[in-house]
Design a protein around this ligand. Structure first.
Ligand SMILES: *[C@@H]1O[C@H](CO)[C@@H](O)[C@H](O)[C@H]1NC(C)=O
Ligand SMILES: *[C@@H]1O[C@H](CO)[C@@H](O)[C@H](O)[C@H]1NC(C)=O
Length: 316
């Protein structure tokens, strides 16, 4: 048993090194693309299931209460949104959340809790939508299991030609010695704290994670993969997101309980703050409720820096 554990450690370490090497090469590639030295290469591989789940949330018209998606899948969300309607600038976002399992999900069903930092580039088209997301994700179609994973995602064009879940392609540079990496299973975590913020010296967007107030670096999204997010962010989102195709009903969000059930039954976001240009974490004053299927999911009141979210799903 001990030997097996050791062996799997070495295999994992080797794999991380391998990925790290590849990523560095791809970061250089990304820089070269942004500097106009290379033609942008279409990202290899197929789109992740997660990308389908976020596509509607990225749509510039998403605040119009509609269940957008493709013909064969539906996206539902219950998120609080900061910025977007006001010209404000954020250097990042941070929140703490309880991690839940969503057992019995099938490929074609997704349930996630997200912290999102975005700049839509001022344009009305998808092409200008820059997003960074992190949180927990259950997606059998992406991971081949029903466990809860820590995920990261970025796109520089509303997920049209760029976009990457975890480290399936380039863009995220792992920090040295991070115990978790994008995609790691976290179903043994009770809660997780996430902070995404812009390093004012380098312009890169760092991701820190941890439990409680004890955060450590996981890595960063190179500024070169972005366009509008080379500046500050103008929009933050916090909450739950689900996606499902017509073979299934909608999955549970959060703990599977409505916010009206109260704590501790309902899932929560706590210490929800924005990060200002000086790196200070500040409570958010103006925040907007955005739920597109109140029959199935909802948000509780945003009280200072804390709210409940979720629902049982089971809708068509
Ligand atoms: C639903 O998604 C699963 C997994 O991707 C797929 O096998 C199935 O064919 C999809 N069903 C429909 C109706 O699209
Ligand atoms: C990891 O360590 C190497 C060697 O000290 C350093 O060059 C590199 O910048 C570090 N990576 C990160 C993401 O901090």
């Amino acid at each position: 048993m001990a030997l097996l554990k050791r062996l799997s450690y070495f295999v994992a370490a080797f794999f991380v090194l391998l990925v790290q090497k590849k990523i560095n090469a791809r970061e250089l590639h990304g820089q070269a693309v942004k500097k106009g030295l290379l033609e942008p290469a279409t990202l290899f591989g197929k789109k992740s299931e997660f990308e389908k789940a976020v596509s509607a949330l990225m749509n510039p018209e998403f605040h119009v209460d509609e269940a957008l998606g493709g013909q064969d899948y539906t996206n539902n969300w219950a998120v609080y949104v900061a910025g977007a309607t006001e010209p404000v600038k954020f250097a990042g976002a941070t929140a703490k959340q309880v991690v839940y399992g969503v057992p019995n999900l099938k490929a074609g069903q997704i349930s996630a809790a997200i912290v999102s930092v975005a700049n839509r580039g001022g344009g009305g088209s998808l092409d200008t939508q820059n997003f960074i997301m992190a949180g927990w994700l259950v997606s059998p179609g992406d991971y081949g299991d029903t466990r809860t994973h820590f995920f990261t995602y970025w796109t520089a064009d509303g997920s049209r030609n760029t976009g990457c879940l975890d480290m399936r392609c380039w863009g995220f540079i792992l920090a040295n010695n991070s115990q978790l990496i994008p995609g790691s299973v976290i179903d043994n975590y009770y809660d997780i704290s996430i902070k995404i913020f812009k390093d004012q010296n380098t312009g890169d967007w760092w991701l820190h994670y941890g439990q409680g107030d004890n955060l450590t670096p996981m890595g960063y999204f190179s500024k070169w993969i972005f366009t509008s997010l080379q500046q500050e962010a103008t929009e933050l989102q916090f909450g739950g997101l689900v996606s499902f195709n017509s073979s299934y009903t909608s999955p549970p969000m959060g703990s599977g309980h409505f916010p009206s059930k109260g704590e501790p039954a309902a899932a929560s976001f706590k210490s929800v703050r924005f990060v200002d240009a000086n790196g200070l974490e500040t409570p958010i004053k103006d925040i907007r409720y955005n739920v597109n299927n109140v029959k199935c999911y909802d948000l509780g009141k945003f009280v200072f820096d804390h709210f409940l979210y979720g629902g049982p799903g089971g809708c068509k």
